[in-house]
Design a protein around this ligand. Structure first.
Ligand SMILES: *[C@@H]1O[C@H](CO)[C@@H](O)[C@H](O)[C@H]1NC(C)=O
Ligand SMILES: *[C@@H]1O[C@H](CO)[C@@H](O)[C@H](O)[C@H]1NC(C)=O
Ligand SMILES: *[C@@H]1O[C@H](CO)[C@@H](O)[C@H](O)[C@H]1NC(C)=O
Ligand SMILES: *[C@@H]1O[C@H](CO)[C@@H](O)[C@H](O)[C@H]1NC(C)=O
Ligand SMILES: *[C@@H]1O[C@H](CO)[C@@H](O)[C@H](O)[C@H]1NC(C)=O
Ligand SMILES: *[C@@H]1O[C@H](CO)[C@@H](O)[C@H](O)[C@H]1NC(C)=O
Ligand SMILES: *[C@@H]1O[C@H](CO)[C@@H](O)[C@H](O)[C@H]1NC(C)=O
Ligand SMILES: *[C@@H]1O[C@H](CO)[C@@H](O)[C@H](O)[C@H]1NC(C)=O
Ligand SMILES: *[C@@H]1O[C@H](CO)[C@@H](O)[C@H](O)[C@H]1NC(C)=O
Ligand SMILES: *[C@@H]1O[C@H](CO)[C@@H](O)[C@H](O)[C@H]1NC(C)=O
Ligand SMILES: *[C@@H]1O[C@H](CO)[C@@H](O)[C@H](O)[C@H]1NC(C)=O
Ligand SMILES: *[C@@H]1O[C@H](CO)[C@@H](O)[C@H](O)[C@H]1NC(C)=O
Length: 717
């Protein structure tokens, strides 16, 4: 039996090769996707089931709406500021000056909370924050519904069409709800069927919260009590109503359209709750569109039902796909396939946005809803490897260009050339004050990583990518500014004759003393990678490479080695026996896997192997979380150990819930989407291989005896 499967594996590989030649059977993607459609029969207290379009998502409880739990309706575009502090001298953002730290003999200003400017420092951290646009739910006889009033609850998400089906029995009567989101506007489309609609026992409510920025993490976003701090007004039309919501200087609109008879009323002048009461029909269909400006043309529920189906079909049938469902495969293959498919759905809903996604996507507010530039590569790279450039371009086409001027200013204020990319950001590009925020550096080479992925895709003429010449031109300005900063940040140490990174700085694991942290291994390797890409970029364009880049590249400090292993940073004391240094992100594994080997100065394999052995024997993997496991898996895959790679991806500490939501654990909130995105990135590398290792074969990247069918993958670097 076993042998047969191995033989069959070889046969399948033949198949895979024949795809490349345009023949062979395609994977039945629909059946693989639908096999893993999630269903529930009770609320989860920690995650909603969502429908959404990447820039807008609606989180539903077991009723298909937000009747019982106030799950969130979040967008890429709606943000809110509370009023500025009134403390004298701290009444506007310009009053914030941060702190100066000694940096190689000079005082450099960093955007860090300043105790003397506490109020404006805190304001800048908490503002703007992402707005929960509103709650939509059902009432029964005018009252809120409790879960224990429902029986026979059944909920089923069809990922193939983006449709959520929910039904339950309330007082002996069946209520069934279908929920979709329009792929082309921020509209929730709902179809309700029940005899309880006929005489008005079941009605729909809408409610709008205030935003305070009080909480860094908010599972249920917004303050529903401070009703006098914000206003809503309603304008009624035929079968339609427009609710305008004003919170300080933020204004947006919720436009509700319905088909059958119904009437809209406000619960009371002091609340922001409105009810829509259907009358005389067993079926009720309505849409709610959220928008920054008034909107008049709204698609109908059935149009949205169709476009949702089309959009999701297109999503699943284009771009890469992997099929691990062969009955010959051992059970872990199916476990992994389930995580892959659920992650694909969740990332299209939460992370295919016009600005980089937040760690918790559009599910709830982490870090006030702000996104992190060092995490953008984790959120974004899988789209590249899975050949879904259209979704990645939503943010990638504009992000670095938009943030360039403020990043050039940041660098200039600190006495550096080029552009220093920020960290925890809102769409304006302002980076929130923070000691770690201002001293982390591994986000700096990310544009070079993205650019190189795009260039490699362009060479292979992947769909949605311009020709190589155009890609070179598109990125040139951003890459030049990035590499200029990286070279000017590297400090020429006249006693050692090399260029040092830091101090002060934080490495990827954020767990060292910034004033002592110099030449961290991962960041040195990443600087080297980045400057190599930047130099190649210039020669590909037949432009001269700035001599400073070449100088820094050739004289960058070597990766620090102590006792025969690479260490977290140069001069660290006894790192393998120091508990705080043997947990958190294992940055050292990133030098091979997350990064390709350097062409000019490859690492020493003996030293790398000794380092990996040390990590294996000392690391507290129980404290690892999120992308640590894909990070480890990428390394294992490149080391030629796919069994271990798969083991990392299925590690019990790398946990996902019943619908595939990545569980944050004790360190970060749930959901923590870098886990899902990292999973797809690592799987993508194992499926598609690496541009720097053209001879690698699919069967060498997966465990022995697994049947793996892949279609349309790009390559990692
Ligand atoms: C919040 O305030 C900042 C600083 O004044 C401003 O740049 C930004 O546009 C404001 N954002 C919103 C959503 O009001
Ligand atoms: C690092 O040095 C600066 C002075 O340059 C000092 O203000 C700061 O407190 C030090 N940071 C830590 C974490 O010790
Ligand atoms: C209720 O939902 C289940 C699961 O989606 C489905 O099989 C069933 O047909 C639905 N029943 C009704 C009455 O809609
Ligand atoms: C708001 O009101 C709800 C119920 O009325 C209560 O449970 C909650 O604690 C209140 N929240 C705040 C922040 O006061
Ligand atoms: C609401 O407004 C009142 C009066 O201005 C203020 O005291 C209170 O702090 C505000 N509440 C919130 C949550 O901002
Ligand atoms: C959506 O289309 C499906 C058929 O594909 C149909 O069963 C369902 O009732 C439609 N829903 C709405 C809300 O139109
Ligand atoms: C030069 O490098 C050495 C060894 O890493 C270090 O101890 C020293 O502080 C560096 N000099 C400066 C000025 O940073
Ligand atoms: C080398 O290993 C020994 C034994 O674990 C340890 O005492 C020593 O501190 C290590 N040296 C360095 C530079 O890490
Ligand atoms: C790699 O490191 C080992 C052990 O330190 C050493 O013996 C060997 O010479 C190094 N190889 C190269 C190419 O530098
Ligand atoms: C390092 O480990 C890999 C994988 O275990 C092995 O193939 C390779 O031979 C080792 N290299 C050295 C120099 O020990
Ligand atoms: C880690 O060490 C254990 C023995 O302690 C060994 O069984 C396992 O294969 C090692 N894993 C890797 C990835 O080297
Ligand atoms: C490993 O991490 C876990 C989770 O943070 C913690 O409970 C445990 O004490 C740690 N173990 C060691 C040996 O430090």
């Amino acid at each position: 039996m076993r042998l047969q499967c191995i033989d069959f594996f070889a046969f399948i590989l033949g198949f895979v090769l024949s795809f490349a030649n345009g023949s062979g059977t395609r994977i039945d993607r629909e059946s693989v996707v639908r096999r893993f459609n999630p269903s529930r029969n009770a609320n989860s207290p920690t995650t909603p089931i969502q429908v959404g379009n990447g820039n807008f998502a609606f989180g539903a409880d077991i009723t298909g709406l937000q009747s019982i739990l106030p799950w969130n309706t979040l967008s890429t575009w709606s943000w809110h500021n509370t009023s500025f502090p009134t403390t004298p001298g701290q009444t506007k953002p310009e009053d914030f000056t941060g702190l100066d730290w000694w940096t190689h003999g000079r005082l450099v200003p960093y955007s860090q909370p300043n105790p003397a400017e506490n109020d404006i420092s805190q304001w800048l951290i908490r503002n703007p924050h992402r707005v929960n646009l509103g709650r939509i739910g059902l009432l029964y006889n005018g009252e809120g519904i409790e879960e224990n009033q429902l029986s026979q609850t059944q909920q089923h998400l069809d990922m193939w069409t983006g449709t959520l089906h929910s039904n339950f029995t309330l007082d002996g009567q069946i209520v069934s709800v279908q929920t979709n989101v329009d792929p082309h506007s921020d509209t929730v489309a709902v179809l309700i069927e029940s005899r309880l609609l006929e005489d008005g026992e079941v009605t729909v409510f809408f409610d709008f919260p205030y935003m305070t920025g009080q909480n860094k993490f908010e599972t249920f976003v917004g303050d529903w009590n401070s009703t006098s701090n914000h206003t809503t007004t309603i304008q009624r039309r035929q079968h339609s109503a427009e609710i305008r919501h004003d919170l300080d200087s933020t204004t947006y609109f919720a436009t509700i359209n319905w088909v059958e008879k119904g009437s809209m009323s406000r619960l009371s002048a002091s609340s922001h709750q409105y009810t829509l009461a259907p009358a005389g029909s067993k079926t009720f269909t309505f849409t709610t569109t959220f928008s920054a400006n008034p909107i008049y043309l709204i698609a109908s529920v059935s149009t949205i039902n169709t476009s949702s189906k089309q959009w999701w079909n297109e999503y699943w049938t284009h771009g890469a796909f992997i099929d691990l469902t062969s009955s010959c495969n051992p059970p872990p293959a199916s476990t992994l396939q389930r995580l892959i498919v659920l992650s694909q759905y969740l990332l299209a809903v939460n992370s295919a946005s016009d600005s980089p996604p937040q760690e918790s996507g559009l599910t709830n507010n982490g870090w006030y809803g702000k996104f992190h530039l060092e995490m953008y590569l984790w959120h974004g790279a899988h789209w590249a490897v899975w050949n879904r450039w259209g979704l990645l371009h939503r943010s990638l086409n504009t992000l670095y260009k938009q943030f360039l001027p403020s990043s050039q200013l940041r660098a200039a204020e600190q006495g550096y050339k080029g552009a220093r990319w920020g960290k925890m950001s809102d769409p304006s590009g302002r980076s929130a004050p923070g000691e770690i925020n201002s001293l982390l550096i591994w986000q700096q080479p990310h544009p070079l990583h993205f650019a190189e992925l795009e260039y490699q895709a362009a060479l292979e003429a992947k769909p949605g990518v311009s020709n190589p010449h155009q890609v070179l031109e598109d990125w040139d300005q951003v890459l030049t500014a990035t590499a200029d900063f990286m070279t000017s940040y590297a400090f020429h140490n006249s006693s050692t004759g090399v260029f040092d990174l830091g101090p002060p700085m934080y490495p990827v694991s954020e767990n060292t003393q910034p004033n002592n942290t110099i030449n961290p291994t991962f960041e040195l390797a990443y600087w080297r990678f980045g400057l190599e890409v930047a130099s190649k970029w210039k020669s590909r364009q037949r432009k001269p490479t700035p001599s400073t880049w070449a100088t820094v590249l050739s004289q960058l400090a070597p990766l620090p080695v102590q006792n025969g292993t690479y260490v977290i940073y140069e001069g660290v004391q006894d790192p393998w026996n120091t508990p705080t240094l043997t947990e958190d992100h294992p940055g050292l594994v990133g030098i091979f896997g997350f990064l390709p080997p350097s062409t000019d100065s490859p690492f020493n394999t003996t030293t790398l192997n000794a380092t990996l052995d040390k990590i294996n024997s000392t690391w507290n993997f129980t404290a690892s979380y999120g992308w640590d496991f894909p990070f480890l898996a990428m390394n294992a895959a490149r080391m030629g150990n796919p069994q271990q790679a798969v083991k990392w991806l299925l590690d019990p500490n790398f946990a996902f819930d019943d619908i595939g939501m990545p569980i944050g654990g004790s360190r970060v909130p749930t959901p923590y989407f870098p886990a899902s995105a990292g999973l797809l990135w690592a799987v993508g590398m194992m499926a598609g291989g690496w541009a720097s290792e053209p001879k690698s074969k699919l069967e060498d990247r997966w465990p022995n005896g697994w049947e793996v069918r892949v279609e349309d993958f790009g390559k990692g670097l």
